[in-house]
Design a protein around this ligand. Structure first.
Ligand code: ADE
Length: 258
């Protein structure tokens, strides 16, 4: 999969994603990250890309023209790299903005099915609305807080999407079965030693009994989601037995505190 980032700070993106798992995925050719510097498309002799907002107000606004030119350049690059039919196709373009739909795992899964994904990073008070109307297909936020720019959100999204590409994680199973896939958080994990500061690893994990371990992990996921993210648990699909188990757990923990 090819990620393309329209940004004023290409180094930030490349430095942020060149190490560890994502860096290795790039080296292995499983993904590519291509940055286009919006400033390179400024016609201003000082390479300025922002200007005062019409109507007044604080801050500066990124001009439509350099963004559109950078976009056109990028789309041409993408089309040239494709062997077949993209002539009429408008590429998916995420605008990283706190005004967007809040990014989640199922959005990551959807984007991971694309061959090319463009992310546009804003700064200052925003980008001229007219170019956004022309090129943006998805407005996406990474959470209800305001950052100084779209580069960190772009990196967050690229990381979450890239790790779903087959081969990026050493162990494909780990991305398939892990937390959030079915709206449950992951069960607790332990490694050696068996006793740490007087605390023992749960007995079942040492038993070697795979079915019991699986069952225990599922129960732990359910309890954990109930305790930490009850909003997610409402969306999880629990079997009748699991619902009964949860009721019993809630009853027991309530009577323990009374
Ligand atoms: N740009 C600034 N804040 C942001 C956020 N929370 N999500 C995405 N893009 C942003």
């Amino acid at each position: 999969m090819n990620f393309h980032v329209l940004t004023l700070f290409p180094d930030m993106i490349m430095q942020g994603l060149s190490t560890s798992i994502i860096g290795r995925a790039i080296d292995k050719g499983l993904i590519s990250i291509n940055t286009v510097n919006i400033r390179d498309f400024s016609e201003d002799k000082h390479k300025r890309v922002d200007d005062y907002p019409y109507g007044g107000g604080a801050g500066m606004v990124i001009k439509a023209e350099p963004v559109y030119k950078a976009y056109e350049y990028l789309v041409k690059q993408i089309k040239q790299s494709r062997t077949e039919g993209m002539a009429e196709c408008k590429p998916r373009l995420i605008y990283a903005t706190p005004q967007g739909r809040v990014f989640n795992q199922s959005m990551a899964e959807e984007f991971a099915r694309l061959d090319d994904l463009i992310i546009l990073c804003g700064h200052y008070e925003g980008i001229d609305e007219r170019v956004l109307e022309l090129i943006v297909t998805d407005n996406v936020s990474i959470g209800d807080y305001i950052l100084t720019g779209g580069e960190l959100p772009a990196m967050v999204m690229i990381d979450a999407i890239a790790r779903l590409i087959p081969g990026v994680l050493n162990n494909d199973i780990s991305s398939e079965y892990e937390s959030l896939r079915d709206n449950l958080l992951e069960y607790p994990q332990y490694t050696r030693p068996e006793i740490f500061m007087g605390m023992r690893v749960p007995e079942v994990l040492l038993s070697g009994h795979h079915a019991n371990i699986e069952a225990w992990r599922r129960e732990q996921s359910i309890i954990r989601t109930y305790e930490r993210r009850p909003d997610l648990l409402k969306k999880a699909q629990l079997s009748e037995t699991e619902n009964e188990f949860l009721k019993k757990h809630i009853y027991q923990s309530q009577s323990a505190t009374e």
